[in-house]
Design a protein around this ligand. Structure first.
Ligand SMILES: Nc1ncnc2c1ncn2[C@@H]1O[C@H](COP(=O)(O)OP(=O)(O)OP(=O)(O)O)[C@@H](O)[C@H]1O
Ligand SMILES: [Mg+2]
Length: 506
């Protein structure tokens, strides 16, 4: 099919779609149009209703009202398979995959090609999987187990899976949230290719630079309501932010006094069997130390080791000058550490528990009176901190699992900010959260540092790391390969030392 001829063809139309959850109006009278050969960015704050819309489009969730039209014909989407049959496939905010199965099996799960007689046609599966993987420029085999793949590679599997179902409407819910650098550019290339093939793409993202780089159109939700749509080339970023938030937002990093106290953490030659080696650095009170690197450079693994979640083979850690052994999260907390993990949906939140219990979980002591945990005290503390982070919820009793992706992230961040640790480690703290909440998180980190809290911040977002950090360590292939003082680091230098293309002695 030719992209030009199809350029104005409407593939998907949505009218008057509403969806309520107990206590929340997730979507109200929403409309949306997706055209062949165009990328439409769906934007909105955390909890605005973006993922709910995706769930409706993919048959995971039934709307209370409204019509969905595929190529002009009204359809009822009663399940994922039904949606796929109409050519609608999503790559979700959280990848859902079978880790113990191969790539090929995951691609064809639920729609395995069969031979006459009903037996699964393995040779065909392998062959078609290999060719789909080639279509997305994958650098791994169809026979690899999914458990061995990186997040970026898992995305490719999902895209290959969408292509295997001949998806004409492809939805990507924050696909680059866990990717960095080259992986992101690779994904953009694939999006461009899907677009050139005449598919319609709905792209959800909190990153404005990427929306401007790849989208043709935008549509904006605020509190579940459609507040605008149009062509990308007719708007500016401040216009979109105003529409999203309903007020202008200054996106500057907070100014603060950069006063540092004595060294509080000293890490020497920390090594792991496979993920990192010879990690040495110091951290002072009141300092924000940034860790930059590409995805897979080993930054998260180092942080997990510092927090006692991963065993190390060598090295030592001193806190306040004293050698410590941190072999569990409990030991880490006792030593004064706090840790906001990157994978907050799996490691950070207990989904069935209410918001307030999640927030107070890492520090219950202040809420105990005469041996009894005081709910009112927990709720008050949680309310104070979550409202500063602008958490959108139906109330403190709401289960964390019912919150939007970004709001779940805020719960984990709130949990560690609430404990007031001596040393706070944050892994990609603003990943997946909207622009207003981002500013609030930066404010919190700065305020904590100003009070003497020592902070380690892993971030793949260059403006964030340059804007926030006093010093930046760059990791590559499991080692620290460079260190920059504040003011020395530029985006170009960071990228150059972080990527394997340049010759830095490791
Ligand atoms: N199963 C559920 N039960 C109750 N409320 C829900 C459920 N799923 C979503 N919600 C609520 O619906 C609203 C919209 O959530 P949604 O996940 O669509 O937001 P989003 O725009 O994707 O946000 P984010 O940017 O944080 O991912 C939120 O207030 C959320 O708490
Ligand atoms: Mg979402």
């Amino acid at each position: 099919m030719s992209a030009n001829r199809d350029a104005s063809k409407v593939l998907l139309g949505l009218e008057g779609v509403s969806k309520a959850f107990p206590g929340v109006r997730a979507l109200e009278d929403v409309r949306l149009t997706l055209r062949a050969g165009e990328v439409t960015a769906l934007i909105g704050e955390n909890g605005a209703g973006k993922s709910t819309l995706v769930k409706i489009l993919t048959g995971l969730c039934r709307p209370d009202a409204g019509r969905i039209m595929v190529e002009g014909r009204e359809v009822k989407l009663e399940g994922v398979r039904e949606a796929a049959r109409h050519g609608i496939v999503a790559i979700h905010q959280e990848t859902v995959m079978f880790d113990d199965l191969t790539v090929a099996e995951n691609i064809f799960m639920g729609h395995m090609p069969r031979r006459r007689g009903g037996l699964v046609d393995w040779p065909q599966i392998k062959q078609r999987a290999a060719s789909l993987l080639a279509d997305v420029d994958a650098d791994f085999s169809a026979l690899a187990f999914v458990s061995t793949l990186s997040v970026a590679q898992k995305h490719l599997v999902e895209i290959a899976r969408a292509l295997s179902q001949e998806a004409r409407i492809i939805i990507m819910d924050e696909p680059t949230a866990a990717l960095s650098g080259r992986e992101i550019t690779d994904l953009y290339k694939i999006v461009a290719r899907l677009k050139a093939q005449g598919r319609a793409i709905l792209f959800i993202s909190h990153k404005f630079d990427e929306i401007f780089a790849i989208a043709d159109n935008w549509a904006c939700l605020r509190d579940g309501v459609h507040v605008g749509e149009g062509r990308m080339d007719a708007v500016t970023q401040p216009d979109l932010v105003r529409l999203m938030v309903g007020r202008p937002v200054g996106q500057m990093f907070p100014q603060r006094q950069r006063q540092q106290g004595p060294v509080v953490l000293e890490v020497r030659e920390l090594s792991h069997p496979t993920e990192f080696a010879d990690i040495s650095f110091t951290l002072r009170e009141g300092e924000i130390l940034g860790f930059y690197g590409l995805v897979g450079a080993g930054r998260s693994e180092v942080m997990q080791a510092l927090f006692g979640l991963t065993a190390t083979t060598a090295g030592s850690i001193r806190i306040g000058g004293k050698p410590v052994t941190i072999d569990s999260a409990g030991a880490a907390i006792r030593a004064g550490l706090g840790f906001v993990p990157e994978d907050r949906q799996h490691e950070g939140v207990i989904l069935p528990l209410p918001i307030y219990q999640n927030v107070t979980l890492a520090g219950l002591q202040p809420h105990v009176r005469l041996g009894v945990l005081q709910r009112s005290s927990e709720v008050a503390a949680s309310r104070a901190i979550t409202s500063e982070l602008d958490l959108r919820s139906a109330g403190q009793d709401q289960a964390a699992g019912q919150l939007s992706g970004g709001n779940q992230q805020k719960v984990v961040i709130a949990k560690w900010l609430a404990t007031g640790p001596k040393i706070l480690i944050l892994d990609e703290p603003t990943k997946g959260i909207d622009i207003g909440a981002k500013a609030a998180v930066h404010e919190f980190i700065s305020a904590g540092a100003a009070r003497g809290m020592a902070v380690i911040m892993v971030s793949s977002e260059i403006p964030e790391i340059i804007g926030m950090a006093d010093r930046i360590m760059v990791m590559r292939a499991g080692r620290i390969v460079a260190e920059f003082a504040r003011g020395e680091a530029t985006p170009e230098k960071l990228v150059a030392v972080a990527s394997a293309d340049v010759g830095v002695a490791a």
